[in-house]
Write a protein that binds this ligand. Structure first.
Ligand SMILES: Nc1nc2c(c(=O)[nH]1)N[C@H]1C(S)=C(S)[C@@H](COP(=O)(O)OP(=O)(O)OC[C@H]3O[C@@H](n4cnc5c(N)ncnc54)[C@H](O)[C@@H]3O)O[C@H]1N2
Ligand code: MOO
Length: 410
């Protein structure tokens, strides 16, 4: 049997970026139901936010110049000319030597350029004693300072997080055009795998773990997962079920049978689905070497290794990028990790990327990554972990006390 030609992690990411298409299907969603969707067209601001100069504190709107030289020991004096009501256009102006009371968020009256906090002044029967000086623009948000009319607020391909929804809400935008949610089909394979609801296992049987872990990760990325059940190690049954599911979804994911054993049909099944087929079979990575990635007639197909920890780590590393790319998200390589110091020496083969499950511990104000040793068939190694440390392919391991990149999983 021919062994797979492995790709490096870097080659795999480059191939994913080259091979995976972005969906073209869009829909219009109400803003409150658009969280985590990807914008399908840019949004241009039709007005300024805020629409008027407003105070960021409770205080007195003043002309900054009139406060220069004021201090605790040498207060200045201004005449209180009135007050601004919340949500209303002020009916008073600030002339030279004058101050007008303004609440936080209130509109700045004409003539003023700054606001003195109430803690720094005192209204003594209409005469404001100022104990500090303020600079022009101090304690003020200018009209258009948040969003300027005509600017492109958000580009196509941006993921709508809570803060993007807030910015859109500030403009009064009620509907957005986004890419439709991706639907991924998932199949577990293996004669020994039974539904997780199985109460009493026969000897040799294993409850399906990957069905739940993979769907769980995918839902974090706003992908709907259709569970296709478990297929036996039988080519006819496997290919028929894979085909049926593939027809209904945008992406097909399966676990198990990715290696090179006599009954590992996954590659053959994937190849039968469409062109161009498998573009990665085997990655120089630990765990998860026997990973299969393919595109069949425009739909990505992911063959995950069966071992539960390997399946999750591989899906987090490559599945996330594939599904995000497919979802139309504009992907930028911003660091998705933090740095922590490793507690032990860990050797690693050059040319292979290692992903070590770790627990984070705080010692003397620093974060330390404590490796969790255990085989990739053990799901609890991930239950105990806070993340995974990456030892990239050019390194020959890491030394105790060295800063290492940690991809967080909590
Ligand atoms: N001769 C070689 N054998 C293996 C190699 C290799 O390079 N040469 N690689 C090993 C590595 S590494 C992995 S990872 C596994 C991957 O194998 P498969 O993807 O073919 O997976 P299976 O053999 O079907 O299963 C492996 C293991 O995981 C259990 N499993 C499978 N699916 C599930 C599930 N849905 N829920 C829970 N557990 C599952 C299965 O029972 C097996 O114990 O290959 C090595 N072999
Ligand atoms: O590479 Mo495998 O995923 O260690 O068990």
């Amino acid at each position: 049997m021919q062994f797979f030609k492995v790709k490096t992690v870097e080659e795999t990411f480059a191939l994913i970026d080259e091979m995976i298409p972005a969906t073209q299907q869009t829909e219009v969603r109400e803003l409150s139901e658009a969280l985590h969707y990807i914008l399908a067209e840019p949004v241009t601001a039709k007005e300024n936010v805020p629409g008027f100069d407003r105070s960021t504190v409770d205080g007195y709107a003043v002309r900054a110049k009139d406060t220069y030289g004021s201090s605790e020991s040498m207060p200045g004096f201004l005449n209180v000319a009135g007050e601004v009501k919340m949500g209303e256009v002020p009916d008073v102006k600030v002339g030279r030597g004058q101050a007008v009371y303004v609440p936080t968020g209130g509109m700045l009256p004409v003539g003023s350029d700054s606001v003195m906090m109430i803690e720094h002044c005192e209204d003594v029967e209409g005469l404001l004693n100022t104990y500090k000086q303020v600079a022009p623009g101090e304690n003020v948000i200018r009209a258009g300072e948040d969003i300027r009319e005509g600017e492109i607020l958000l580009e196509k391909g941006v993921k709508l997080r809570a803060q993007e929804l807030g910015a859109l809400a500030s403009l009064g935008i009620t509907h957005v055009t986004v890419f439709r949610k991706i639907k991924a089909g998932y199949l577990s394979s293996g004669d020994e795998i039974v539904p997780y609801q199985t109460e009493n296992l026969s000897v040799g049987q294993i409850r399906d773990i990957n069905g739940l872990t993979i769907a769980g990760l995918a839902s974090d990325w706003n992908v709907e997962v259709v569970y296709g059940g478990i297929v036996r190690d039988d080519y006819e049954e496997f290919s028929q079920k894979a085909r049926e599911l593939y027809e209904q979804v945008d992406c097909l994911i399966m676990s198990g049978g990715s290696s090179v054993g006599a009954k590992d049909y996954t590659t053959e099944v994937i190849q039968s689905l469409g062109e161009p087929g498998v573009f990665v079979h085997g990655i120089s990575i630990k765990p998860g070497k026997p990973t299969i990635l393919a595109v069949a007639d425009g739909k990505p197909v992911i063959g995950l290794p069966g071992h539960p920890a390997s399946a999750m780590i591989i899906f987090k590393l490559f599945g996330e990028r594939i599904l995000k790319k497919l979802s139309g998200e504009h992907l930028v390589s911003k660091p998705g990790h933090i740095f922590a110091k490793i507690t032990k020496n860990i050797p690693s083969s050059p040319g292979r990327s290692d992903y070590i499950r770790i627990r984070l511990e705080e010692k003397d104000g620093e974060w330390w990554a404590e490796p969790i040793i255990g085989k990739s068939g053990l799901i609890t190694t991930l239950v105990k972990s806070d993340g995974i440390v990456e030892i990239s392919s050019e390194k020959e391991g890491v030394s105790q006390g060295e800063y290492v990149p940690v991809i967080l999983s909590r």
